[in-house]
Design a binder for this molecule. Structure first.
Ligand code: PLP
Length: 475
């Protein structure tokens, strides 16, 4: 395509996106299809000759338009949201247009420094200590996912636990004695990180929660750490979750830091969903124990802008307190990556903060969101959904057949039928069969629960009424 052809076609493609968003509520949140439906519409072989791109949006619509799950539908309250705001898509367009590869500072100073600037701005807006900024000796990076963030934090932790350049983790790998501490509520991405890092399932210690809670018991952590060290094992990383996936529960970060400190275990906070709420002063409790202050603070903090912060996937924010920690674990410099600026030590090469070498200019979509919404716009986005959750909880409290399974957290409500497990399972099926909403389930204390996670880009009060309509309808 020439730039002029791109300009002309671009209007058609933008129209297709805008039309799809404008008409999204004419569709169910989720189409019900048989596996293989979409693939069956493809010829076996790719077309040999060029086809006109002007027809591509309608081709995509014809092939996929009745076989999708619409994550951008305002009735999508499943899992956690995946905000692909149109604002962020405009930033994505500029990022794709630049086509920059920001693996080293010198391969795209703009990509690197916008990312540094935007993560520093966001750290300040969230209320993270200056120690987490690039200006303050730490720094933020944009990872593809919270799962990757946990994995790279684990590599930094493994290196810190055995830094010897001749015989440490970087040289000999894991010994099988390394341990990572989580709870039964921790996201499965931590178990995956442990497996990828080669620790095996024995590397994962599931610490009990305080009785009656879904939060890690600091005393149990202290006991487990002491017993492990006595047995010759090496505590490497403690993962504290703020806003668990199932119910939104949070671990007591400060107390866990205190328990981990004598063993120099790395403390990572996974606040993939809830962390962005710190933009609102009234929700800043999500940072309790994270910053150095009364306590020592944590080593790394992660929250996903691609969940609830209006930024299209992928944009997971990972801040570390020590800017040297990730490069120390991950940097490998063959001759073809040698670079005078890198050697000078005066720049950040983000390739050393992640697993892949190459990286996209992800910061542009986040910058577009910050620029176009302002912090005030982001706060009202978050507050609107927290209000919806509070109102849904209120309605549930006053209902004869429904009850809260636990206290709502931010924009997440977990509920069940008073009639028991079968009634709760039927409630979820009935709600989703309606087509106007999509909810997911989980288990609390071994019993099924229905989750309503508000947070869609265009989810507003009228969508709460739809949720209520489907949940409160008698079977
Ligand atoms: N951590 C928590 C608490 C989550 O809820 C999720 C996803 O929902 C993740 C991690 C994984 O997120 P990602 O898809 O960014 O890896």
């Amino acid at each position: 395509l020439t730039p002029d052809e791109f300009r002309a076609l671009g209007h058609l493609f933008v129209d297709a996106v805008a039309d799809a968003r404008a008409g999204i509520e004419r569709h169910p949140v989720r189409d019900v299809v048989e596996p293989g439906t979409v693939r069956a519409r493809f010829p076996r072989e790719a077309n040999e000759d060029p086809e006109p791109l002007a027809a591509f949006p309608s081709l995509v619509e014809a092939v996929t338009g009745d076989a999708d799950t619409r994550w951008q539908h305002p009735g999508f309250h499943a899992f956690f949201p995946a905000n692909a705001s149109l604002t962020s898509l405009l930033g994505e367009l500029l990022s794709g247009g630049a086509g920059a590869q920001g693996m080293l500072w010198s391969t795209s100073p703009a990509c690197t420094e916008v990312e540094q600037a935007v993560t520093d701005q966001l750290a300040r807006a969230l209320g993270l200590d200056e120690a987490f900024t690039h200006d303050g000796g730490g720094g933020g990076s944009i990872q593809d996912s919270a799962s990757s963030a946990a994995l790279v934090a684990l590599t930094a932790a493994l290196h810190r636990a055995a830094p010897d350049p001749d015989s440490g983790w970087r040289v000999r790998g894991v010994t099988g004695r390394e341990r990572v501490y989580v709870t039964a509520e921790t996201h499965s991405s931590l178990a995956k990180a442990v497996r990828v890092a080669g620790l095996g399932s024995g590397g994962l210690r599931t610490v009990p929660c305080t009785p009656g809670s879904r939060a890690m018991d600091p005393a149990a952590l202290a006991d487990t750490l002491a017993a492990d060290v006595a047995a010759g094992l090496v505590p490497v990383l403690v993962c504290a979750t703020v806003g668990t996936t199932s119910t939104g529960s949070s671990d007591p970060v400060a107390a866990l830091v205190t328990a981990a400190r004598p063993y120099r275990a790395w403390v990572h906070v996974d606040a993939a969903w809830a962390g962005v709420a710190a933009l609102c002063p009234e929700h800043r409790w999500v940072l309790d124990g994270v910053n150095p202050g009364p306590g020592p603070g944590v080593d790394s903090f992660c929250t996903d802008a691609h969940k609830w912060l209006l930024t299209a996937f992928d944009a997971s924010l990972l801040w570390v307190r020590d800017a040297r920690a990730l490069p120390a674990a991950l940097s490998i410099t063959p001759a073809y990556l040698r670079d005078a600026h890198s050697d000078s030590g005066a720049v950040v090469d983000f390739r050393d903060w992640q697993v892949p070498l190459g990286r996209r200019f992800r910061a542009l979509k986040l910058w577009a969101v910050l620029h176009g919404q302002g912090l005030s716009g982001l706060r009202s986005h978050l507050r609107g959904h927290v209000d919806l959750a509070a109102e849904l909880a209120e309605r549930i409290r006053g209902h004869d057949d429904l009850e809260l399974a636990c206290a709502p957290v931010l924009s997440l409500v977990c509920l069940r039928s008073r009639s028991g497990d079968a009634g709760t399972t039927a409630l979820l099926e009935r709600a989703n069969a309606d087509g106007r909403v999509l909810l997911t389930g989980t288990e609390v204390d071994g019993h099924p629960v229905v989750r309503v996670a508000f947070g869609g880009v265009t989810t507003g009060r009228e969508h709460l009424d739809v949720v209520w309509d489907v949940l409160s309808a008698r079977s």
